[in-house]
Design a protein around this ligand. Structure first.
Ligand code: SAH
Length: 464
């Protein structure tokens, strides 16, 4: 399975910087289902082509099978088209091998990553369930000139008709990150056989990669439905959110657009959620507050943990709470589940007796949204009045910002951030708050730690 990407933007060899792959070398990455090789069949100043050759190992596929599969124990498990066609495996390889480029990041050519350049993608074999007509309906609205070459099922027996396989060329002038995101989402949609078991995370991934184009795509229902493998409940949730995210509301995008560093498989957001969840679980708490809960990402992960019997999400933004209610599916959950969660509108600037009597509180990525002179009010509300036994606070580490190529020097990670702290500043603040209110404090890094700059997110755990 071969995907090539060509540019005639000059100097064309800058493609190597955009893809973070040196044109002079063959680079091979091991994946769970085989190997991905990147090489450049041509690399001149006028024209440069990068090739991603995916070698799928059908035996590894069987060995690493996750979730239920219909072909277990049959020959089809071993003999099928998967090694030879573009499928969700190609999407996985794109994310793994060109992850930074897909995220729009380039260490050496940050402006170019933001620039629309002439690009041609060729997919050697794409199964098009729905034929060439559907191929056009999917790719033309997002700006591609589409050329497709079909093949008979078997040239010796033309009466057998056409195969579902096409060689496809897509041409556009766009950012490389856009091209990669379109391929990532739309290849499995054309192929229709998403290989792995669909989880709720797929909705998040789809929204992250499709956020800026999928909401207005005329075929968005079909794309979402196929991408999520006809799981109607997930597809419905994704569509509702795509439409909502069309209407830009600064308070709501805060949570969604927080500087994502999705170099590996996990985004920084996911790591943060995982770390906070782990600390909360470790305390044994059953009644928990999520202060400044935003769209309810943490509540959603907590809902899956039976340990948490009573959860309260509080936020100042009614709209964020509406979305949280939606995402948590509160109306559709069985009553006993829905009763575990309460959403409250309120401000952390004012004493609020509804917050009393809980064992633990999370305050994830919230303090940096508060004006510094008002931090003292926040401290009293949380540590003096609500006073849970454990408080987990996360906030960006400003020292790490130099590692975000998209962030202009001196800028904070989000326009609503009033400040971001260095590790020393956070340390001093947290220790002072702990001493004032009788809490011990420990600090934990979140995300990939840089030996000099520290981790992207810092976390303090207060306990009394
Ligand atoms: N904790 C969530 C959201 C972080 S974004 C997450 O990590 O995904 C910051 C949130 O803090 C926003 O939803 C914003 O509405 C909320 N917020 C800002 N000031 C607030 C205040 N004074 N009281 C309560 N919430 C506040």
């Amino acid at each position: 399975m071969l995907l090539t990407i060509t540019t005639t933007h000059q100097p064309a060899t800058d493609l190597g910087y955009l893809l973070h792959k040196n044109p002079a070398r063959l680079q091979t990455t091991e994946l769970s289902m085989g190997k991905a090789h990147v090489f450049y069949p041509e690399a001149g100043p006028q024209r440069c082509t990068a090739a991603l050759l995916l070698e799928v190992d059908p035996v590894a596929l069987v060995r690493n099978r996750k979730g239920p599969g219909g072909d277990a124990g049959t020959l089809k498990e071993y003999v099928n088209d998967r090694p030879y066609v573009a499928s969700s495996f190609l999407s996985v390889a794109i994310a793994k091998v060109f992850g930074s480029a897909m995220g729009g990041r380039s260490k050496d050519r940050p402006e170019l990553a933001e620039t629309a350049i002439p690009l041609v993608a060729k997919i050697s074999v794409l199964p098009c369930r729905g034929g060439e007509a559907l191929l056009r309906r999917i790719f033309e609205p997002v700006g591609y000139r589409v050329t497709a070459q079909g093949y008979p099922l078997d040239p010796t027996f033309p009466e057998w008709g056409e195969s579902p396989y096409f060689s496809v060329t897509l041409e556009a002038t766009c950012r490389l990150s856009q091209l990669l995101r379109h391929l990532y989402v739309l290849i499995p949609v054309m192929d229709r056989e998403k290989h792995y078991w669909i989880t709720e995370d797929e909705v998040e991934k789809l929204l992250r990669l499709g956020g800026d184009w999928l909401g207005s795509h005329p075929e968005r229902e079909l794309i979402v439905d196929r991408y999520l493998k006809h799981q109607r409940r997930l597809a419905q949730a994704a569509l509702e959110r795509l439409i909502e995210e069309d209407e830009e509301d600064p308070e709501v995008v805060i949570a969604a657009r927080d500087a994502d560093d999705d170099e590996g498989d996990m985004t920084l957001r996911e790591q943060r959620l995982g770390s906070v969840l782990a600390v909360l679980k470790g305390t044994g708490a059953t009644r928990v507050l999520d202060l400044g809960c935003g769209e309810g990402a943490l509540l959603k992960t907590m809902l899956a943990e039976p340990q948490f019997q009573e959860m309260v999400g509080m936020d100042v933004s009614a709209r964020a709470l509406d979305i949280a209610g939606h995402r948590l599916n509160l109306e559709r959950l069985p009553e006993r589940q829905a009763q575990r969660i309460k959403l409250l509108q309120g401000s952390l600037m004012y004493r609020d007796d509804r917050l009393q009597g809980y064992e633990a509180a999370a305050v994830m990525e919230v303090v940096e949204h508060l004006d510094p002179p008002r931090l003292a009010a926040f401290e009293r509300v949380v540590f003096h009045f609500a006073r849970p036994a454990t408080v987990v606070v996360t906030t960006p580490n400003i020292e790490y910002n130099v590692k975000y190529p998209m962030l202009a020097a001196g800028h904070l990670r989000h326009e609503d951030h009033r400040f971001e702290w260095t590790r020393l500043e956070f340390d001093a603040w947290a220790k002072r708050v702990g001493a004032d209110h009788g809490y011990a404090v420990r600090f934990l890094p979140v995300g990939p730690e840089d030996p000099v700059l520290g981790p992207p997110t810092q976390m303090a755990v207060f306990s009394r």
